[in-house]
Design a protein around this ligand. Structure first.
Ligand SMILES: *Cc1c(COP(=O)(O)O)cnc(C)c1O
Length: 425
């Protein structure tokens, strides 16, 4: 015991090894020291030879200074909330890296004077949405909604259809959110049917705005009716339309998904949505609308509290101006193209190909299947895939683990093949 203790190399000696000096500059001294301490303990217990300390430390260091681990999304669900919703395009990633140091986010380099924060992202939004007169970017869709209802209706009524009193996910309930803004929620109509007269009867001097929320994560079918933005806009109070997913213009693949352009054309004063759902960009909340109401939001003190980061602004701009983001590549992935990749994977691992439906997810387009293919492996593989060197998230259906390539970038097919071979051997 004493002998082993004497043979444990000293901490400063270990840390001065070139490989660990480099590791400390990449991961931080504290992280490297913690691993060194643990390996020294392993030497004391006789599990590691003293001359192998440095190489053992190198082997036990974390891969990155962040504990977040990249995973392969083989669930077929494009916007998976637990997996961070939209994966960014390479252009957006590069933009974030470029914006991560000192940048002219709020400075005009020509004149040396202060400039509008995130003006590049705002210009890109207005270019993508000719129907919008003005735009703002905040941290997320919920913040955009809170800002809109607070600025337009604090101390007043917000009229909302009973059919739109929704929980969007993760306990985010619309009524609670509105209550937190100091506006009074006034429900109109019933769960399944709300008519224009219901709104008209409720509009009065106390009305701050009408809120039209897209119930994005469920469908009500049968004896239903609701009132469109155009009819509401004619009632003479500002209409806030929360379209949720951030679809900028109508898309034939998602016929029931409301889009920002249509809501603006119909006369909404303000339209809010997320940046990291169907837009395929970074987490953000977008506010688009008419000049006067949007500037009312911009002047509200809460806007400062919801202000987003320079790297978000950079990624948003790159998503809007750059190539088709991964979210849309996945949604548009054709059965034929998916079949080819899926069959190659199935042959490589000796498994069967089965038809599956993927989904948009993230509380979007609940009724829209995305037909594709999956490799079916034993259910027991799901856990091994998840905890493997390259974590793979698959789906379990009917007692089988289904690996869907829709949201897996083709360049990761090899890594996926290896992960599957490892768990099937
Ligand atoms: C997702 C969603 C929100 C919330 O947006 P976050 O960006 O998640 O904060 C609000 N309203 C609707 C209709 C949504 O679909």
């Amino acid at each position: 015991m004493t002998d082993l203790r004497r043979r444990v190399p000293r901490t400063d000696e270990i840390l001065s090894a070139p490989a660990l000096v480099a590791a400390a500059s990449r991961l931080g001294t504290r992280t490297v020291k913690a691993v060194v301490a643990s390996v020294q303990e392993q030497v004391r217990q006789g599990a590691v030879a003293p001359e192998e300390v440095v190489s053992t430390v190198v082997g036990q260091l974390p891969a990155s200074a962040t504990s977040l681990r990249p995973v392969l999304n083989a669930t077929g669900v494009v916007l998976h909330t637990n997996l961070g919703r939209a994966p960014l395009s390479e252009a957006a990633v590069q933009a974030m890296v470029r914006a991560s140091g000192y940048v002219d986010v709020e400075l005009d380099l020509g004149s040396g004077s202060r400039a509008t924060r995130g003006r590049g992202a705002l210009a890109a939004l207005l270019l993508a949405l000719p129907a919008a007169e003005s735009a703002l970017v905040v941290n997320n869709g919920a913040a955009a909604l809170v800002l809109a209802t607070t600025a337009l209706a604090a101390g007043k009524d917000v009229l909302v259809s009973r059919g739109e009193m929704v929980e969007i996910g993760d306990g985010f309930r619309l009524p609670d959110l509105i209550a937190s803004t100091g506006a009074r929620l006034r429900e109109v109509g019933t769960t399944n049917r709300t008519r224009l007269e219901d709104y008209r009867d409720a509009v009065g001097p106390e009305t701050g705005c009408i809120l039209k929320v897209h119930p994005s994560n469920f469908q009500v079918v049968g004896f239903t009716s609701s009132v469109g933005v155009a009819q509401l806009a004619a009632l003479g109070v500002p209409v806030v339309a929360d379209v949720g997913s951030g679809l900028l213009v109508a898309d034939p693949m998602l016929p029931d998904e409301p889009d920002v352009t249509a809501a603006l054309r119909a006369g909404a004063a303000v339209v809010t949505c997320s940046g990291d759902k169907l837009l395929g960009g970074p987490q953000a909340g977008l506010v688009l609308g008419q000049i006067q109401p949007v500037s009312q939001l911009r002047r509200h003190p809460l806007y400062r509290a919801f202000r987003c980061d320079k790297t978000t602004l950079a990624a948003l701009e790159a998503t809007l101006t750059g190539p088709v983001p991964p979210v849309w590549q996945a949604i548009r992935g054709t059965r034929a193209a998916l079949r080819k990749r899926t069959e190659a994977l199935a042959v490589a691992v000796g498994a069967e190909v089965v038809p599956v439906d993927g989904a948009v997810g993230g509380g979007g387009a609940p009724g829209v299947p995305l037909p594709g293919w999956a490799v079916a492996v034993p259910a027991a593989c799901a856990e091994q895939l998840r905890i493997g060197a390259t974590p793979v998230l698959a789906r379990i259906t009917d007692g089988r683990c289904l690996v869907d390539l829709r949201c897996v970038p083709p360049e990761a097919d090899l890594a996926l093949t290896e992960a599957l071979l490892a768990c099937m051997s």
